[in-house]
Ligand binder design. Structure first.
Ligand SMILES: C[S@@+](CC[C@H](N)C(=O)[O-])C[C@H]1O[C@@H](n2cnc3c(N)ncnc32)[C@H](O)[C@@H]1O
Length: 293
């Protein structure tokens, strides 16, 4: 790794700003919404059978946009059944955004929210210290496993938190996405193993297989308009580049050869296509649904 490069996650505000920009420029949440509408009802169809309360855990939930859509599907499947929704999220800014969203959202009367301002490993240590392993009917980890140090340990721990009919839903970039191409080629020179790991859903599937876990995968098509990354001095383009490389102020801090190579490769067929003068990055995602033992 080039020593001047810092993980984007070390600057929370910049991270949140570039993440919001990424959401604006991509179909990330739209493809998740489509999945929630078309596939989630079947996935969650038995998680709440005979439950007086349905326990849900969101890990790395951000500002909760996707969480609330999934909760709506659980409510639709078990009308009126109380839902205990716990959230593990280290960013105060994201938790603030989540609380604001909940305050404005209708139809959440039967849902209680508890936010834990913690990383997943802090939550794990606390659960182990308390020796009170609460079981959850539905756990989701959406676009967050890049930010844990011990991915295999984290998968094992959260799988062990599932109730007997529970499901663990993971979303990460797909092994056939532009992200995978970029990270395979440049991961060694980016702030790897600092706060961010360049893993894809393919890596998670291998780990789950090694654990003997039962799981299914679903592919989601998604893209991201990265045209602004190629406009000199464009601040949004710089923030998007930060998000793509998970590096803080990449354009200013990266050595010139790395910067130029990445900017060139971002336009290559392994990462993007060009449509109507726009550069469209392959942001395909995979959803992995893990069953309880
Ligand atoms: C890419 S965002 C995804 C947010 C949301 N799940 C979504 O898809 O819209 C990653 C989230 O993971 C959170 N995060 C980062 N490191 C984490 C960790 N070690 N444990 C739990 N969450 C983490 C970040 O604060 C951020 O909100």
């Amino acid at each position: 790794m080039d020593s001047k490069l810092r993980s984007l996650l070390s600057d929370h505000s910049r991270y949140v700003e570039s993440f919001r920009l990424f959401l604006q420029n991509s179909t990330e949440h739209q493809c998740m919404q489509h999945f929630i509408e078309s596939k989630l009802p079947n996935i969650i169809s038995s998680i709440g059978n005979d439950k007086p309360v349905i326990d849900v855990l969101g890990v790395g939930s951000g500002s909760g946009e996707i969480d609330l859509q999934m909760i709506a599907k659980i409510q639709a499947r078990w009308p009126g059944v109380p839902i205990n929704n716990q959230i593990v999220e280290p960013s105060a800014e994201q938790i603030f955004g989540y609380k604001e969203r909940v305050a404005k959202a209708p139809n959440l009367e039967n849902v209680t929210f508890s936010w834990h301002r913690q990383t997943s490993s802090e939550f794990e240590s606390q659960v182990n210290e308390d020796k009170q392993m609460r079981k959850f009917d539905f756990i989701h980890m959406i676009q967050m496993l890049y930010y844990v140090k011990d991915v295999l340990g984290t998968l094992k721990f959260f799988k062990s938190c599932l109730a007997p009919s529970g499901k663990l839903l993971i979303i990460l970039v797909s092994g056939n996405s532009g992200w995978a191409t970029l990270w395979k080629k440049y991961g060694q020179r980016l702030p790897l193993n600092d706060l961010c790991l360049y893993i894809t859903a393919g890596d998670i599937a291998e780990m789950l297989s090694s654990m003997g876990a039962r799981f299914q995968s679903h592919e989601l098509q998604s893209d991201m308009d990265i045209t602004e990354c190629f406009i000199e001095g464009d601040r949004d383009g710089e923030l998007l580049l930060d998000f793509l490389t998970e590096t803080c102020d990449f354009k200013r801090n990266a050595p010139a050869d790395l910067r130029d190579q990445i900017i060139c490769d971002l336009k290559s067929p392994g990462c993007s296509t060009t449509k109507d003068g726009k550069v469209i990055f392959n942001n395909n995602l995979s959803v992995i649904v893990v069953e309880a033992d």
